[in-house]
Design a binder for this molecule. Sequence first.
Ligand code: SF4
Length: 170
Amino acid sequence: MSRSSAHLLAIDTIYHEPAVEDFARGREILERFPEARRIEVASHWKIPELHGNAGSVEDWVRIKRSTLVLGVKKGLTSRPNGRSAHFIAPSSSNGCAMACAYCYVPRRKGYANPITLFVNTEAIGRAITRHAAAQGPLPAPDQIDDRYWVYDIGENGDLSVDALACDSVR
Ligand code: SF4
């Protein structure tokens, strides 16, 4: 990990669903932060001590830089977008390391939503490939691209910070 990434992320706690260690990506992330305290949770969506603690912005940012959540993405569907992308892909993550006032991510997800990484990256990639294949070729150039279907793979999180924690984005 580079010095700059070490400044942003100082992971000391990892909440994880039980199945995470069954996935290579899950093992990779756990091995990258060997000293982090591990807390098993039934679902990445229901961690009361993380979600909904609306009391302190300073705590939100500290928690978001020191806590990871690992889970398995269930719904692997893509949905139409039609603006900057043709489709929104199933997310490989949600949440981020900060709580910027101008950003729609914390407004939509709640400021205390820490980085959640989904470890079934291969299945997510296969689902996008299958979806694109089912579309056939892009029928005509459009405002989004002149040759290819474009998928937004980072609607719910911050891919640049995800890339500090694991190789999912790559
Ligand atoms: S996604 Fe980026 S801009 Fe938005 S709150 Fe997180 S760090 Fe800030």
